[in-house]
Design a protein around this ligand. Structure first.
Ligand code: PLP
Length: 378
C-alpha cells in the first residue's frame, strides 16, 4: 500500500515510538504527585512544554496539553462563549475544519460571521480588512493551512490587523505545524495543533493561549495545566508528540526537503496533461508542499476513485476524513464557489516525509489506469 493520506493521519515515526516507549517504561508516575516518580514525570512534561514553546515562539506556560485539536478548538469556542458579551460577534473563516465550524455555530449561532474565501481557497483579506475597520468582533478564527486544499492562509497578515485593532486571533495550525516552520505562530493569541498530522501519536495535541490569561476550561475536575484543563496528562504521548515535531522541524531545513515540492509539482503538471478536464484546486496559491486537491474529469465520481485506487494499492481521500462516508459536497469547495456536482469530483492526494518521486510516479500510473477502466466500463 502506498499511502497518500497524510492530511488525515501520518504514520507514527520511529522517534515518536521510541520516545513513547522510553517514557512509558521509565516514568510511571503521575506528574501531579509530590514523590520522586511524579517529579520525574513532571520534569519530562516541563521539558516538552519548553521545546514546543521554542518551536512556536511563546512562553512555555502559554501551552495547554489536550487530547487533540478537536478538544483544543472546542475549548477556544467554549472559552469565548463564556467571556464575550451576549451581543458580541465572532468572525470564522468559511473553510475551517468542522470542529471549529460546528463548535462556533453551537456556541454563537447567528453571531458567527463567515469570512469568505476566493475561488483559489484563500481567505479574502480585502473583505476582512474592510469589515474589521467597521466591526470589532470578539474573536477572529482563520486556520493556518487548509486540510482539504493545502492552501496556506495569510495568518501573519490577519494577525497584524487583529493586533492593530486589539482583537484576539485564533489559528488552527493542525495542518501547518510540522510541514512549515512553527516559528511566529506563538504570536497568535490562540493556536491549536495535533500530533498525528506530523508523525506523532493520535489523541494528543495542544492549545496555546495568551500569556498568563485565564482559560474557561472545557473539562473540569482537576487542577492540571494550571486549572485550564482537568485530567492527568498523558506524559508518554506528549513526549512522543514533541519528539516527532523536533524531527520535522529539523527535516524541513534540510536541502532534500525542497525536492518534496518539486515531485508534487511534477506530478500535478503530468496529471493535468494526461487528464483533460481535471483541475487542481488552489494551484496558483502558496500551498503545503504535500497536498494535491484535484477535481477529477467530469463523469468520474470521487467515491469510485477512492475505492478503485485503494484496490490498486493507493490510500487516497475524498476530502477531509470527517466528511468521508457522507455523499455531500465539501463545505470548503462550496465556499470556493464550486457547484455541488463539481465538488463531488474532488479527490485529495496528501503525501508525507516518506513519499518519494517513485511513489508520485506510481500514483500517476494508477490514476491513468483507473481513469481508462472507468471510461471503458463506465
Ligand atoms: N483541524 C484541522 C485543520 C484538521 O485537519 C483536523 C483533522 O483532520 C482537526 C482540526 C481535528 O484534529 P483531531 O481529529 O486530531 O482532533
Amino acid at each position: 500500500m502506498i499511502y497518500f493520506d497524510y492530511n488525515a493521519t501520518a504514520p507514527v515515526m520511529r522517534e515518536a515510538r521510541e520516545a513513547w516507549l522510553s517514557v512509558t517504561e521509565k516514568l510511571g508516575g503521575n506528574p501531579s504527585s509530590m514523590h520522586q516518580a511524579g517529579t520525574r514525570a513532571a520534569i519530562v512534561l516541563a521539558e516538552a512544554r519548553e521545546k514546543l514553546a521554542a518551536f512556536l515562539g511563546c512562553h512555555p506556560l502559554d501551552l495547554v496539553w489536550t487530547s487533540g485539536a478537536t478538544e483544543a478548538n472546542n475549548t477556544v469556542m467554549h472559552h469565548f462563549a463564556a467571556r464575550l458579551a451576549p451581543t458580541e460577534r465572532v468572525f470564522v473563516s468559511a473553510i475551517e475544519h468542522p470542529c471549529v465550524d460546528e463548535s462556533s455555530k453551537f456556541y454563537f449561532g447567528k453571531r458567527v460571521k463567515t469570512i469568505p474565501v476566493t475561488r483559489e481557497g484563500v481567505v479574502d483579506l480585502d473583505w476582512l480588512t474592510s469589515e474589521l475597520a467597521d466591526a470589532r468582533p470578539g474573536l477572529v478564527a482563520v486556520m493556518a493551512a487548509n486540510n482539504e486544499t493545502g492552501v496556506l492562509q495569510p495568518w501573519r497578515e490577519i494577525l497584524a490587523i487583529c493586533q492593530a485593532y486589539d482583537i484576539p486571533f485564533f489559528t488552527d495550525a493542525v495542518q501547518y505545524l510540522g510541514k512549515q516552520p512553527g516559528k511566529g505562530l506563538g504570536d497568535c493569541s490562540y493556536v491549536s495543533g495535533a500530533a498525528h498530522k506530523f508523525g506523532g501519536p493520535r489523541g494528543v495535541g495542544f492549545l496555546k493561549v495568551p500569556h498568563r490569561s485565564q482559560l474557561t476550561p472545557l473539562l473540569l475536575g482537576g487542577k492540571q495545566e494550571g486549572g485550564r484543563r482537568a485530567g492527568t496528562e498523558n506524559v508518554p504521548i506528549i513526549a512522543a508528540m514533541i519528539a516527532a515535531l523536533e524531527m520535522r522541524e529539523k527535516q524541513m531545513f534540510r536541502s532534500e526537503h525542497l525536492l518534496r515540492k518539486v515531485w508534487r509539482d511534477n506530478f500535478e503538471a503530468q496529471f493535468l496533461r494526461a487528464l483533460p478536464g481535471a483541475t487542481i484546486l488552489g494551484q496558483n496559491q502558496p500551498r503545503l508542499w504535500n497536498t494535491v486537491s484535484a477535481l477529477m474529469p467530469e463523469g468520474d465520481r470521487k467515491s469510485q476513485w477512492v475505492v478503485r485506487l485503494d484496490k490498486a494499492g493507493f490510500a487516497v481521500s475524498t476530502g477531509s476524513a470527517c466528511t468521508t462516508g457522507k455523499e455531500e459536497p465539501s463545505h470548503v469547495l462550496s465556499a470556493m464557489g464550486y457547484k455541488s456536482a463539481q465538488a463531488m469530483r474532488a479527490v485529495r492526494f496528501s503525501a508525507g516525509w516518506e513519499t518519494y518521486e517513485a511513489d508520485w510516479e506510481a500514483l500517476l500510473k494508477a490514476i491513468l489506469k483507473v481513469h481508462a477502466d472507468m471510461q471503458h466500463k463506465g
